[in-house]
Write a protein that binds this ligand. Structure first.
Ligand SMILES: NC(=O)c1ccc[n+]([C@@H]2O[C@H](COP(=O)([O-])OP(=O)(O)OC[C@H]3O[C@@H](n4cnc5c(N)ncnc54)[C@H](OP(=O)(O)O)[C@@H]3O)[C@@H](O)[C@H]2O)c1
Length: 268
């Protein structure tokens, strides 16, 4: 639907059909940003786009694709070109966080996490960079996690993937210092995105339960941070407090606390 009041530019959001991505889409629309929403097929992306255009005067475009497929990043880029979608904000949100000890995990699930969290994020950013640097002011927002700072036994690949995304964001930000592109990494603790995640948080330790936030609040903080061109943001006062504690407490203790947090959820 074409009802743009925010010029001809679009904000690309990956994983926009549910969870934090859906909340990010609503938050951007609330700020009159046109949207190019990407998600898996048959997950209600069209309905999300229709709900947004019913509420806000913005233009939405959608693309359903599996971002774990090797060529999907090119598909996203080619579709944007073919449909005249000019992307001045890129939000890499799509990500999977399977729980499990590596020795017990299905290697295909491990591969999916690597393909989506690392490969898709990196390559989508890489193909859109030329366009983003052509504009006087543009933004990249990468949704990381507190797990980027804290090694998490029982979520080793996920926490490593988020540490990658955090370092990718920080170094890319420095690389782009002399351009109009800013890069922001947001590192939330648990976010109550669905009934399953709510239950998982409920079955985690006291730290996870105390830190948990709603997706709308995380989306508000994230988009604000992106537009203010911040480098790294931890949503919520409690989340920030835990981050600082994690920096001063010996790593061995941090590892034990993190392991205890997930123990119950892992042994269900
Ligand atoms: N929830 C948390 O506690 C939490 C905490 C910190 C950070 N994060 C991060 O926040 C981001 C969003 O997480 P979330 O909890 O909102 O997850 P979610 O509810 O599972 O949503 C993930 C989104 O990514 C999409 N997606 C998944 N696999 C995909 C694929 N192969 N191709 C294209 N899209 C795909 C999903 O699309 P479909 O709806 O089509 O499946 C969905 O829109 C992730 O990067 C996650 O690591 C989450």
């Amino acid at each position: 639907m074409d009802r743009s009041v925010n010029g001809e530019y679009f904000t690309l959001i990956t994983g926009a059909s549910s969870g934090i991505g859906r909340a990010l889409a609503f938050e951007c629309a609330r700020r009159h940003m046109n949207l190019f929403l990407v998600s898996l097929p048959e997950t209600g992306l069209e309905e999300v786009a229709a709900e947004i255009t019913a509420q806000y005067p913005v233009t939405t475009r959608t693309l359903t694709t599996d971002l774990t497929c090797p060529e999907s990043y090119l598909q996203v880029y080619d579709q944007a070109r073919a449909r005249g979608i000019r992307v001045n904000n890129l939000i890499n949100n799509a990500g999977i966080g399977y729980n499990g000890y590596l020795k017990e995990m299905d290697p295909q699930k491990v591969d999916q996490m690597i393909l989506l969290n690392l490969r898709a994020t990196t390559l989508i950013t890489s193909v859109f960079l030329k366009e983003l640097t052509a504009y006087p002011r543009s933004h990249i927002l990468n949704i990381c996690s507190m797990a980027a700072f804290l090694p998490v036994p029982g979520k080793s690949v996920y926490s490593a993937s988020k540490a990658y995304t955090l370092f990718f964001s920080k170094s890319l930000r420095a690389e782009l210092r002399h351009t109009g592109v800013s890069v922001t990494a947001v590192c939330p603790w648990g976010v109550r995105t669905s009934d399953a995640v709510r239950e998982r948080i409920q079955n985690s330790g006291v730290v996870s339960r105390t830190m948990a936030m709603d997706p709308e609040e995380v989306a508000r903080v994230s988009v604000e941070a992106m537009l203010r061109r911040k480098s790294v943001v931890i949503p919520g006062r409690k989340g920030r407090l835990f981050f600082y504690l994690g920096q001063i407490v010996p790593q061995g203790i941090v590892l034990r606390v993190m392991e205890n947090e997930l123990r119950k959820a892992l042994h269900e």
